[in-house]
Design a protein around this ligand. Structure first.
Ligand SMILES: [Zn+2]
Length: 432
């Protein structure tokens, strides 16, 4: 049976999978600032070319963060099958977050112990990238006459919004549904889970305006911080309870995120923080402005225009109670919620493969935060996209991050079986 034979081929590639994961971890592609993107593209190209992949280098020239010191390089590798058919694309981000404190192993050595590979980016998401590469090359070796095409991309900057990575590529047409039909993003979501999408985001900066005066005579000024206090009170009394009661049909994990949420990221009013080493006293001033950055996460049942209007209404209400209150809102960033249909071809193919491989019913989840699916969905207009990959999400960005070797093998086998479903003619006969 060809599925068993492909499974075997993938488990036989265990050493190659470990070495590839280690090699990826040993390139410290820390973002920000975005180091070593060309090096990691070089590694991907060197691995994939001998298997017949054609590679294209794309620098996101002029994108946020791109500079000659830290160029935003992306790599897209494509392998053509023997016959016409769909293209399945595996997209992984190549960047990792800063190391932080608390490591007991070298974060960039790719240490192997207890059937795990350790390192920054091991689970998020170099292990997933390696698993998808092994799945693809094993599938090609097993089925050289397959239909369609397989693409593997290594893209930068996911950890900082993806503007120099997937967003740029989507704008250039790389995720156009006429050239790519199915996308798997091997983010670390546990090997029995399919992530269908994510909640929406609205980031905004609210500024309250006042009037500067001497601090000994506050009645001659108008304190912008007190106005902001009134805004927070309105959030506490009205907005936050309302959001907590707004539950969603989206299967968001963890359960606490299965509703609308609001976070106050930062607040600043009055004099700037003094420079380190300044030993003098502050000046006596009534602050004339106060700024707050909010992070509002919203649901597929909500509309972005309504989310904006709701915020505006709360601020207008504060105004009714406070004679001199005035405000402005500057939108920083917004992303619409997205959720791929459960009966979409990619969801069915990966779901069946999980059932066959693990004997478990796949768990369908939605991410509380966004990832690169947002750009594929919104800019690329490709809605047949999921996140599926090895590793435990909770370990992402933590010290002593690791990916389980057996998890990578099972995830690669699930990916391989999904390719059989999507890219083999008479797939049902061949895979049963
Ligand atoms: Zn990630």
């Amino acid at each position: 049976m060809s599925s068993d034979s492909l499974d075997r081929r993938i488990s036989d590639a265990r050493e190659q999978l470990i070495e590839l994961t280690q090699a990826l971890i040993r390139l410290p592609t820390i973002n920000p600032p975005g180091k070593g993107y060309a090096d990691i593209c070089e590694l991907l190209a060197a691995f994939l070319k001998p298997y017949g992949f054609a590679v294209e280098w794309v620098r996101a020239t002029g994108a946020l963060g791109d500079s000659d010191k830290y160029p935003r390089w992306n790599l897209i590798a494509r392998h053509e099958g023997k016959y016409a058919g769909d293209c399945v694309h595996f997209n992984s981000h190549t960047d990792v977050v800063a190391v932080g404190e608390g490591w007991t192993v070298d974060p960039f050595a790719g240490v192997v112990k207890d059937d795990r590979v350790y390192g920054r980016g091991a689970c998020d998401m170099k292990g997933g990238l390696a698993a998808s590469m092994i799945a693809a090359v094993s599938f090609i070796a097993e089925h050289p006459d397959y239909c369609g095409a397989i693409e593997i991309s290594g893209t930068c900057d996911e950890e900082s919004g993806g503007f120099g990575g997937v967003a740029y590529l989507a704008e250039q047409g790389w995720f156009d549904p006429s050239r790519v039909q199915h996308v798997i993003i091997p983010e670390p979501l546990n090997k029995e889970r399919i992530c269908l999408g994510h909640r929406g985001v609205l980031w905004a900066e609210i500024e309250t305006h006042g009037h500067i005066a001497h601090g000994s005579m506050p009645f001659l000024g108008d304190c912008a911080v007190r106005h902001m206090g009134a805004v927070i009170e309105a959030f506490e009394d009205t907005l936050i309870p309302r959001l907590q009661s707004r539950r969603t049909a989206m299967p968001v994990v963890p359960d606490g995120a299965r509703q609308s949420t609001l976070n106050i990221n930062s607040i600043h009013g009055g004099l700037d923080e003094p420079e380190v080493g300044y030993t003098g006293m502050p000046a006596a001033l009534v602050p004339d402005r106060c700024r707050m950055v909010i992070d509002r996460r919203f649901l597929i049942e909500e509309d972005l225009a309504e989310v904006r209007a709701e915020l505006h209404d709360i601020l207008e209400n504060v105004k009714q109670d406070r004679e001199k209150f005035s405000f402005s809102v500057r939108e920083l960033f917004s992303v619409l919620p997205t959720m791929t249909e459960k009966d979409a071809p990619i969801v069915s193919a990966v779901g069946d493969a999980i059932r066959q491989k693990t004997g478990l019913e796949p768990e369908y989840v939605v991410s509380p935060g966004t990832y690169d699916q947002k750009h594929i969905d919104r800019i690329g207009r490709l809605h047949n996209c999921i996140a599926y990959g090895p590793g435990i999400l909770d370990l992402a960005h933590q010290p002593d991050e690791y990916v389980g070797i057996q998890d990578m093998i099972v995830a690669a086998q699930v990916m391989g079986r999904s390719l059989q479903t999507l890219l083999l003619r008479n797939a049902t006969e061949e895979t049963t």
